[in-house]
Design a protein around this ligand. Structure first.
Ligand SMILES: [Zn+2]
Length: 328
């Protein structure tokens, strides 16, 4: 990686500009690179990775895109901001250094002073500085800690009642992401920040299971990689017509927080995301509180018994027929 993508400024390019085919690149900060085409085609696209530092595949995807842009083999026609969100955690080889950065947006960064709090605030400032045109997109790329019954899925942040967009669902399906998880409340994630503060179409995109650097089978990310490259390098995407049958949609049913030291998940560590349990099954105990499966079809997602007290340890989701959604 060029030094500008790392956490240390050194003899850096920060503040510099560099020509690329059909435009120029600006280096705003470590891991903050803007590609400004000479003739922008109307979309402002943010592609972010490494909000979690050990989620390597999206970092490798972004690295390769930047490599190809600077090598002159990928011409960017839409204004694009690449964000490598948490370089210090990448260097550390961990999800985060002090605190989970994907709980620090929409102002939550004011509640602390760690480098991650400071970086989240700066990332918000860069996003604000970047968005200029009306069509705004933000794909925040992640990989999951564990296997998933649906390998790739996207979290559709709370829309505050606005309809869900067929074009975005189709774009995601064309990227190999046919499973959508609907958030029904505001959150402090990066993607929700872009939705709420900037009226962007923004998603947390989970691309598969995390592996160490260099051990990712990049062919499993090829479909998504090709669509993101197409998004930034073409004037129009020319997507196929919306087809509801392509999409699996889930609603968040319950959020289970760890509130006690004595918190336990009642299933093995390697249970896949979107695994279904029968009604009545004991999912977790939090001190004296028992959490059991309440609804038929209820599935678990993002289990993590080791979170700090007060943080989310588990979500449950239920399938929703796509014709129940308001779509536009
Ligand atoms: Zn993540």
């Amino acid at each position: 990686m060029p030094p500008v993508l790392g956490p240390y400024e050194g003899e850096s390019l920060i503040g510099a500009e560099q020509p690329v085919i059909g435009g120029h690149a600006e280096f705003w900060d470590a891991g903050v690179v803007v590609i400004e085409p000479d003739e922008p085609q109307g979309k402002d696209v943010i592609i972010s990775c490494a909000v979690h530092g050990d989620e390597t595949a999206p970092i490798e995807m972004v690295r390769d895109m930047l490599h190809d842009i600077f090598a002159g083999t990928l011409q960017v026609k839409q204004r694009t901001l690449f964000l490598i969100a948490n370089p210090a955690a990448i260097v550390n080889g961990t999800r985060f250094v002090d605190i989970n950065m994907n709980r620090l947006f929409s102002g939550a960064h004011h509640k602390g002073t760690t480098p991650e709090h400071q970086r989240a605030e700066k990332l918000e400032q860069y996003v604000t500085r970047f968005y200029k045109q009306k069509q705004r997109f933000h794909y925040d790329l992640h990989t999951a800690i564990r296997d998933s019954a649906h390998e790739k899925f996207a979290v559709y942040p709370f829309t505050h009642g606005a309809p869900y967009k067929k074009e975005q669902l189709t774009f995601l399906a064309q990227s190999g992401i046919d499973t959508i998880l609907l958030n029904q409340a505001p959150t402090t994630t990066f993607s929700y920040y872009s939705v709420r503060a900037h009226n962007a179409d923004a998603f947390t995109v989970e691309l598969g299971k995390v592996r160490p650097f260099g051990e990712n089978d990049m062919t499993r990310f090829a479909t998504a990689d090709a669509m993101f490259r197409k998004l930034i390098s073409t004037n129009e995407l020319e997507l196929p017509a919306f087809n509801g049958a392509r999409h699996h949609v889930y609603d968040v049913c319950r959020t289970i927080d760890r509130t006690q030291q004595n918190f336990r998940l009642n299933f093995p560590d390697d249970v896949a995301n979107f695994t279904e349990f029968e009604q009545g099954y004991l999912l977790a105990t939090d001190g004296d509180t028992e959490y059991r499966v309440e609804q038929a079809g209820e599935r678990i997602i993002f289990p993590n018994a080791d979170v700090a007290i007060g943080q989310r340890a588990l979500l449950t989701v239920v399938p929703v027929p796509i014709d129940k959604l308001e779509l536009v």
